[in-house]
Design a protein. Sequence first.
Length: 116
Amino acid sequence: MKQSPTDDDRLRRRIERLAAQLGRLGCVLVGTIRPRWIPARRGKVKRRLGPYYQWTFKDRGKTVTVNLAPSQVKLFQQAIDRQRRADRLLAEMRALSRQFLEATTQGVKRHNPKPT
């Protein structure tokens, strides 16, 4: 007779699958990429130059902006998307880890003081 896996086993396997997915992500970056246009005027004709792409992120509390070449945009955006995926995976791992650890370990026994 085949035994069904326990909830603890299912949680542990799910955490292991999430960890494996994290390991396969590759390059990750935080930040945002935005296209920018520069207003220009030649004589009486108004026009916009661009788009120029800028990657913005925080470094030690300061906003950093880096101009990207068009050939960099796709790779940088993929790395940003992978970071966001990693954030979601880690959030799920934290929640499952808490469930697993609470279910498989014994905490401090509560002492109910006697009423006087």
